[in-house]
Design a protein around this ligand. Structure first.
Ligand code: DX5
Ligand code: ZN
Length: 218
């Protein structure tokens, strides 16, 4: 890959020292913001009001990952806040293409996410409607889970399909990305890497971002 992107997930940050933790990851590319509603996933984080404050405070642009039901109702609001990228789950929308167009029209990049066991084929014919496809490499909901290598064939298929159609879509992986797993994700076609515990669990966060970047670029 020419320029892999490393997007630290603030799910692993200290929520009461958010400004400090946002500053600690300033050498990364985007800040990955996990929005959960205790409905689409069995966990709860924060909503638009918090994300608006993160947007105002963060040195990095926002990569918002919505793990919420009824994505159509909420996703455009995150674009309106000014998030650089808004990703919703295909499983949470009955009009994936329509919602993608609404988000793009507001001015954000748009991503569609799929859980580890959701097939990618239905997205193939619509790839040009998205700026990013997020292949979840763990079941969404929690940080610190183990990377699911069985999702790599799906990533390869998406990479091949994007190439075949001449579509410039970023392929993002999220979940269990670490010094041990990032290379196989990169080899399988990922160019955008979310890492929560691997970044915030490091003694030297800046150094860890550099190490992940170097491994992904090999
Ligand atoms: C999981 C979230 C991830 C999470 C990743 O549902 O979408 O962004 O923060 O955490 P790690 O990198 O620790 O697996
Ligand atoms: Zn995420």
């Amino acid at each position: 890959i020419d320029a892999p992107r490393i997007n630290p997930s603030i799910l692993s940050a200290d929520f009461v020292n958010m400004q400090r933790d946002l500053e600690r990851i300033a050498s990364a590319d985007y800040v990955h913001v996990d929005v959960m509603d205790n409905h689409f996933v069995p966990n709860l984080t924060f909503g638009p009001q918090m994300v608006e404050r993160i947007q105002a405070t963060s040195p990095l642009p926002l990569d918002v990952h919505l793990m919420i039901a009824d994505a159509g109702r909420w996703a455009p609001g995150y674009a309106e806040i000014g998030a650089a990228s808004v990703t919703f789950h295909a499983e949470a929308s009955d009009d994936v293409v329509g919602l993608a167009r609404r988000i793009r029209q507001i001015g954000s990049r748009v991503g569609v996410a799929i859980k580890p066991d959701t097939p990618a084929e239905p997205l193939f014919e619509h790839l040009a409607e998205f700026d990013q496809v997020l292949v979840m490499t763990v079941e969404p909901g929690f940080g610190g889970q183990s990377f699911r290598a069985d999702t790599m064939p799906k990533l390869r298929e998406l990479k091949a399909e994007a190439r075949r159609r001449g579509v410039d879509v970023w392929l993002q992986v999220d979940g269990g990305i670490s010094l041990e797993t990032i290379e196989q994700a990169a080899e399988s076609g990922a160019d955008t890497f979310v890492a929560g515990s691997a970044v915030f669990g490091a003694d030297d966060i800046d150094q860890r971002i550099g190490e992940l970047r170097a491994l992904a670029a090999r």
